[in-house]
Design a protein around this ligand. Structure first.
Ligand SMILES: [Zn+2]
Length: 438
């Protein structure tokens, strides 16, 4: 849901600076954008050389001096950082002056089911906030207008919604909305005068279908933004048809080092001011236009916990095409890697968002969820030495909150997760004959 810390915005100078710059830089000539990236990267490299143990040791081991980095291309002198390595050497990525940046710990399991703690510092929160603000502005949203955040989540609120007055956000769980109670949730959209909808594409799609079936048509949003999961073609088609506005998708990580935002003309624009995106083929060479590769991301702002050349395990295809919208931020053609199947719960609802159960437990290197029958989930865990029965019972309990008490949760420890296709990883696989409605 919304992560918002008032104290990060007590320094309006930084916020106003990025508000001023980002609205201009999205139309900069490419050379000027590259020079802005180099300026931000240089600052980050200075910091890593001086203050971050992992990078200090790495530069020493590779015999690299600060003067060996003179342009953006020199970044490739550093190896690609895997998530497994990051988890194993986690504390070495914390700057030795970590506290100065007022970091906050955030739990994630990403797309691989591997629990990881990352840190957001105040600079990375400011750039995240202003980049999201810019993205929302592409469809005419003005800061302060009420918005809906709807996801497939277990929410600790009796009616499945919360009003977050700090940022004027209505947070809803799609898991409990159905044909019997849709009128009540439509009334909330009216009461809070929601203008923007954001959230999981499956959750937004389901909400549109329920409203459409109930003949409720006075709560349509003026803009729709999807995030966290890949938006499927049939979802996009229905949402756009019912709302009458384009769906603008958003790709980012909790690691806060890459942001790709879709404009109303359909282009997926890389936010070059936010992070450096390289697209690398499986043979380790950069993908050219039209070739698919993995997104390798370098954050340009988070000094508390810097991640340079981080392998996101998600895939994209670069393109030389210019966007009709006139923005010069480069485009990628397709984004894959967030395409998980949905799970049918014990009470017959299709849900996503099962990652939440894997944020905290210790002892999990990687995980995968398989549903082959209606009332059972098989959880495959690649354990590390901390794995024990406590972790297994925690997972059973958390997952049952989402999928229902009647669901059998069968946990298997394995050496490698069993299901992969073409090297790509899928966290949730559904092999039942019954499929979610389209
Ligand atoms: Zn565009």
């Amino acid at each position: 849901m919304i992560e918002f810390r008032i104290r990060d915005f007590l320094y309006p100078r930084r916020l106003l600076y990025w508000r001023w710059l980002l609205w201009r830089s999205q139309y900069y000539p490419r050379e000027r954008l590259l020079s802005l990236q180099w300026k931000l990267l240089s600052r980050m490299l200075d910091h890593c050389f001086e203050h971050v143990p992992h990078y200090r040791n790495l530069f020493k081991r590779l015999g690299l001096k600060r003067s060996d980095f003179r342009r953006l291309e020199d970044l490739s002198k550093l190896p690609i950082l895997s998530k497994d390595y990051l988890i194993e050497h986690h504390d070495e990525f914390k700057a030795d002056n970590f506290e100065r940046f007022r970091p906050r710990a955030i739990q994630t399991s990403g797309t691989t089911g591997s629990p990881l703690t990352v840190y957001w510092d105040s600079d990375s929160n400011v750039i995240e906030f202003t980049c999201m603000w810019r993205h929302f502005s592409w469809l005419g949203y003005r800061l302060g207008e009420p918005f809906l955040d709807i996801r497939s989540v277990v929410m600790d609120a009796p009616d499945g919604y919360k009003w977050n007055a700090k940022c004027r956000g209505l947070e809803m769980s799609s898991d409990i909305i159905d044909a019997s109670n849709i009128g009540k949730y439509a009334e909330l959209l009216r009461r809070y005068r929601v203008k923007l909808w954001r959230g999981h594409p499956a959750a937004i799609d389901a909400l549109c279908r329920l409203l459409s079936d109930a003949g409720i048509d006075d709560v349509r949003p003026k803009c729709v933004f999807t995030a966290s999961e890949a938006v499927l073609d049939h979802q996009r088609r229905f949402i756009e048809k019912w709302t009458g506005v384009p769906v603008c998708d958003n790709y980012g990580l909790k690691e806060h080092n890459v942001l790709i935002t879709q404009c109303p003309q359909g282009g997926y624009h890389v936010a070059m001011e936010y992070g450096i995106v390289e697209i690398i083929k499986d043979d380790g060479t950069p993908a050219r236009a039209g070739e698919e590769g993995r997104i390798v991301a370098t954050g340009l702002h988070n000094k508390a916990f810097p991640l340079i050349r981080y392998d996101t395990m998600d895939y994209a295809t670069p393109t030389d095409r210019a966007c009709q919208c006139g923005r010069t931020l480069p485009l990628v053609e397709s984004l894959t890697g967030r395409v998980d199947d949905r799970v049918l719960t014990a009470d017959g609802k299709w849900v996503s968002g099962l990652h939440f159960a894997f944020f905290f437990p210790k002892g999990i290197k990687r995980a995968q969820i398989l549903q082959k029958e209606k009332l059972a989930l098989d959880i495959y865990i690649v354990p590390n030495p901390d794995f024990d029965e406590g972790t297994a019972s925690f997972l059973r309990k958390e997952l049952k909150r989402k999928v229902g008490e009647a669901m059998a949760i069968r946990i298997h420890t394995v050496e490698e997760v069993p299901y992969r296709s073409c090297g790509k990883f899928k966290f949730v696989i559904n092999q039942m004959d019954e499929k979610p409605p389209k």
